[in-house]
Design a protein around this ligand. Sequence first.
Ligand SMILES: *Cc1c(COP(=O)(O)O)cnc(C)c1O
Length: 379
Amino acid sequence: MLPVPTTNAFVPPRRTLMGPGPSDVYPQVLSAQSKPTIGHLDPLFVAMMDELKALIQYAFQTKNEMTLAVSAPGSAGMETCFVNLVEPGEKVIVCRNGVFGERMRQNVERVGAKAVVVDNKWGESVSPELVEQALIANPDAKFLAFVHAETSTGALSDAKTLCQLARKHDCLTIVDAVTSLGGVELRVDDWGIDAIYSGSQKCLSCVPGLSPVSFSPKAVEKLSNRTTPVQSWFLDQSLVMGYWGAGNSGAKRSYHHTAPVNALYALHESLRLLAEEGLENAWQRHQDMHQLLKAGLNKLGLEFVVDEDSRLPQLNALYIPQGVDDAEVRQRLLNDYNLEIGAGLGDLAGKAWRIGLMGYGARRENVALCLRALEEVLS
Ligand SMILES: *Cc1c(COP(=O)(O)O)cnc(C)c1O
């Protein structure tokens, strides 16, 4: 026998989360998650799932039938899109202007497909001109993949224009909306996005671990015409849809995997709160809080990494001032103010901080706390 571990119950501190995710979770979402667990084929649970699907469709602004939440974090949503849609040997144009574009490229390679990379500098948005050049130079490309809101730098790309270009050149689009969903304008049907994935823990302010995804009818057709089986059993959407019950309408829900029942209560509640606020009001609130934060940061002399016209309101990347110790500042914010901000990632590691204003975190009191704490720690 191993010795009995003498461990106390884990009691997390109450932090204010203003990093790149997870974001502050709505109190209502935390209490929704602690409701009694019921069977995942219980008729009442199935009814909740139907509402959840309608709420995800609203958040994405889509009528896509194949809309659901993958039972795993945003990275699994990314992988779901690539493994289902892209077949070995196909060509995918991948835009890379930060960490997550590079992860898309790795997904393409692992599927056994060929990635044509369109590079933009870190902190810049994806250039439609460079994308069009790549589309012209690669008439055999089947997909255009890009990140709408690059969380590693805070740059927003013009998803509407990029999707127009892809359509003109007969490519389907795969769009990362992990950080954009709920924080900035996003219209899946109007913009003609074919496959999109997001995450529960950024601007939805839900607990981490779920990934809303949606496939257009054209994407579903591509999936149905596959000549090779999807190599991931768990992420194969043709199997998952048997559970979410929208593959063949009227089909009975069958067991695929045990749904994360309580986490789905939480997502239902966070999307319900988003719908109650109204999508456009939520976008505006993120913009308003960003303006408030920006004014205070300018007074502190901090400089943004991204140009004003492509800056994400929900992710503010700032250069660390000369002579300031990155780790020490973040440590003091955490220890003295219970405030988490994000470190730089990849090319920006050690050079930038990332301040998130996501979902429930995009509030006046958070902005005020962050500005006061930064002022005191930096002086
Ligand atoms: C956070 C994030 C992901 C990954 O989501 P996880 O939930 O951490 O797996 C993917 N893309 C972008 C743009 C992100 O910000």
